[in-house]
Design a protein around this ligand. Structure first.
Ligand code: APR
Length: 231
């Protein structure tokens, strides 16, 4: 059985990473255009660096929760029959044990050089004096985050997996941002069973064949156990 899983901010909520669209959302105090668009970065790179430096530093204060670990356990058992796609830029799937994670919206732990286009691991602070280890350009690095108006990563690989899967599961995402929001329809049109795991009904809920209502930390491990019991 081939399974595609899409995760969003909700899977990291119980680890203490705030979701985007909750009232305590990460962007409070900042308009999306300021910190999550290429134009915002061009206008005020220092502010954008500060914003992502803070989020990167927060990663050391959070831990994966049982939902991340359950998905790693699923991968251990079904290997390449699982495609795990995340919209999250944190590293909690990896720290929970997942080996192959498609970070379609990029990663806080990666930098992108605006001069040579290389992407590379970045763990510390990023600033206007940071230097690209490849082309040596100074001050041209940016967080390797897919901002609004930019093309998400891995779309070819994702589409191939969606077309070919038997089950598609969406966990902890509001379904308000495309193209991720449309993955359920692609999978459904290609014959997959579709499941949404979320404590609240989303605006996309009607596209799913099955709803599991509840927090990821308890519902994902339970769902993984049912899958493994059938294997
Ligand atoms: N378990 C599961 N889901 C939860 C939990 C939980 N404990 N707590 C909250 N949620 C759900 C919310 O009900 C909501 O549907 O998580 C979802 C979070 O939605 P958003 O904050 O909109 O996050 P996400 O869908 O990941 O955003 C998508 O938008 O802002 C851009 O690029 C950014 O990757 C992000 C994308």
């Amino acid at each position: 059985m081939k399974i595609v899983i899409l995760t969003g901010a909700g899977i990291s909520a119980e680890s203490g990473v705030p979701t985007f669209r909750a009232s305590d959302g990460l962007w409070e105090g900042h308009r999306v255009e300021e910190v999550a668009t290429p134009e915002g970065f061009e206008r005020n790179p220092g502010l954008v660096h500060d914003f992502y430096n803070m989020r990167r530093a927060q990663l050391s204060h959070v831990e994966p929760n049982p939902a991340h670990r359950a998905l790693a356990r699923l991968e251990e058992h079904i290997g390449e029959n699982l495609t795990l796609i995340t919209q999250n830029v944190d590293d909690l799937h990896e720290r929970g044990g997942s080996k192959r994670v498609l970070h379609m919206h990029g990663s806080l732990l990666s930098a992108l050089c605006n001069s040579c286009g290389e992407r590379f691991r970045w763990l510390g602070k990023m600033s206007l004096t940071s230097k690209c280890p490849f082309c040596k350009a100074i001050g041209l690095e940016r967080p390797d985050i897919v901002w609004f108006g930019e093309m998400p990563y891995y779309l070819g690989e994702i589409e191939a997996a969606l077309i070919d899967c038997d089950v598609f599961v969406s966990i902890g995402t509001s379904g308000m941002v495309n193209p991720a929001a449309s993955f359920v329809q692609i999978a459904h049109n290609c014959g997959a069973h579709t499941i949404e795991i979320n404590p609240y009904p989303t605006q996309n809920a009607h596209h799913f064949a099955e709803q599991i209502q509840g927090p990821a930390g308890s519902e994902v491990p339970r769902w993984v156990e049912t899958v493994l019991a059938k294997e």
